[in-house]
Design a protein around this ligand. Structure first.
Ligand SMILES: [Fe+2]
Ligand SMILES: [Fe+2]
Length: 470
């Protein structure tokens, strides 16, 4: 293995393309200084029990070991080409997939890749203060695992930009390190990625709902006719599964703790746990913010991306047909104070089609949390997904106000109930008040139950994060 292959781990034979390799080696120190500046604060010298991607082999793609985060080996891994792939949907159905960017789709592909890429560093920035108030070192390790892998996802996208988009791509790669989550002059591209995440309930909700949008976007791109994009997103999905687990099970453990106290007749607040109504408001807020990430219900961009073969549907292969022509999608949209039915050509409703899959998946998780409530003897109380019309900032539903059941209401009515439905100041204050860092092996903060098992077969009380010199 040559020196250069050591510098940037990869399975794309980077050493055979000296120009590309040099360009990425120039970007690498900028990435590292970005990581030092806005990556996890206060833990850069700690040893963290992390998994590192070393190949795309389904059996042995990762190793686990103690690593200091700045020494993490961020690499470039694409699922290998499998025979002659053809485009699986749209107007180019059946044509050979592209190994290079077709000129006519260059701008669209660049935009798709940059939008996806931007979310990766954004989430690391959003979460940088969380370590200090981690509920356990098990959770601390999971946070850092997510963070380093979002860093690797940035590498995955930057590789595509450098490899396939020439000078424009290199400039975009620099910009990805220049924008900042929440900044007023250079914010991140998508809204949900400019919201601060400074408590762990928000983090779990983010990993559950917002990262899950990422899963569906990546799954749609994994169908892409631009083969390098399909192959890179396929491997990203492997890592992503853990992030979604962290979110879903994180919320589940918060629910379990609260339910356990309720069963004992205790008041969750008195015990430093989080009452169900607060959990519901966090759920409402993060679910709806994440719904917006799919884009408008009716979208000509979405139709163009599908027609061109750039972005497919979730598990396109499993569908009966792949052209989506001559079909329509029934939508209800607000118009002059009431909901009216509209039939949209299916291709124009592709954002909504993907959102449908997402909502189903979110409902499955909510059902799990409700099972946890029931198992712990909580009767007559449950969590629920709000209606997808509720609290939208994008698309036709953003032009009117709806309650969490999806009923249209006046602005004044909405305002009067807003604090019951969305995170209010008192919630934020209370949730923050129970965020106290717990760094003793095997111990958990007051608001969360321990996990059912540890990471990579290790016990729950394993020393997942070690302070320097300990
Ligand atoms: Fe990611
Ligand atoms: Fe993720």
């Amino acid at each position: 293995m040559s020196q250069s292959l050591e510098t940037i781990p990869n399975n794309v034979d980077l050493g055979s393309d000296r120009r590309l390799q040099r360009a990425l080696e120039q970007w690498q120190p900028n990435f590292l200084s970005w990581w030092r500046d806005v990556g996890p604060e206060g833990f850069q010298q700690h040893d963290v029990y992390l998994r590192t991607a070393i190949s795309v082999d389904p059996e042995g793609w990762a190793t686990y070991d103690y690593v200091r985060m700045p020494d993490y080996r961020w690499g470039i891994f694409l699922v290998p080409k499998s025979g002659e792939r053809t485009i699986g949907f749209g107007d180019n159905l059946g044509q050979p997939a592209w190994d290079d960017v077709p000129g006519e789709h260059r701008n669209a592909l660049r935009r798709i890749i940059v939008t996806q890429a931007d979310t990766e560093p954004a989430s690391v920035e959003q979460q940088r203060q969380l370590g200090k108030v981690a509920p356990s070192i098990y959770d601390l390790r999971n946070l850092f695992q997510v963070n380093v892998e979002e860093g690797r996802h940035l590498w995955a996208m930057v590789y595509l930009l450098h490899r396939h988009f020439g000078r424009d791509g290199r400039e975009e790669a620099e910009e990805l390190l220049a924008r900042r989550s929440g900044s007023s002059d250079k914010p991140r591209i998508l809204n949900a990625f400019n919201e601060p995440i400074d408590d762990w309930l928000s983090f779990f909700m983010f990993a559950m709902f917002t990262d899950r949008d990422g899963k569906y976007q990546l799954a749609a791109l994994a169908e892409s006719g631009f083969d390098p994009l399909a192959r890179t997103t396929r491997f990203m999905l492997t890592e992503e599964a853990h992030h979604l687990f962290v979110g879903e099970m994180g919320v589940d453990r918060v629910v379990q703790r609260t339910a356990g106290l309720m069963r004992e007749g205790k008041e969750p607040r008195k015990e430093g746990a989080i009452p169900l109504d607060i959990i519901q408001r966090y759920l409402n807020q993060w679910f709806t913010l994440s719904l917006d990430l799919f884009g408008g219900e009716v979208s000509s961009n979405a139709a163009d991306f599908f027609a061109a073969g750039l972005k497919g549907r979730f598990r396109e292969d499993d569908l009966a047909e792949h052209k989506a022509m001559g079909q329509s999608y029934r939508l209800e949209v607000p118009e002059n104070g009431k909901l009216v039915e509209e039939n949209v050509p299916l291709r124009n409703a592709m954002n909504e089609v993907l959102r449908d899959e997402y909502v189903k998946d979110c409902q499955r998780a909510v059902d799990r949390w409700n099972k946890t409530l029931a198992k712990n003897g909580v009767q007559g109380l449950s969590l629920a997904l709000p209606h997808r019309r509720f609290h939208r900032g994008v698309g036709p539903h953003s032009t009117a106000k709806f309650d969490p059941q999806g009923r249209m209401m006046s602005e004044a009515e909405f305002e009067a109930h807003k604090d019951e439905w969305l995170i209010n100041e008192a919630d934020r204050k209370y949730v923050k008040s129970v965020m106290n860092g717990v760094f003793e092996r095997g111990k958990m903060a007051s608001f969360i139950a321990p996990p059912a098992k540890g990471i990579n077969g290790m016990p729950v009380d394993f020393e997942y994060v070690r302070a320097p010199g300990s």
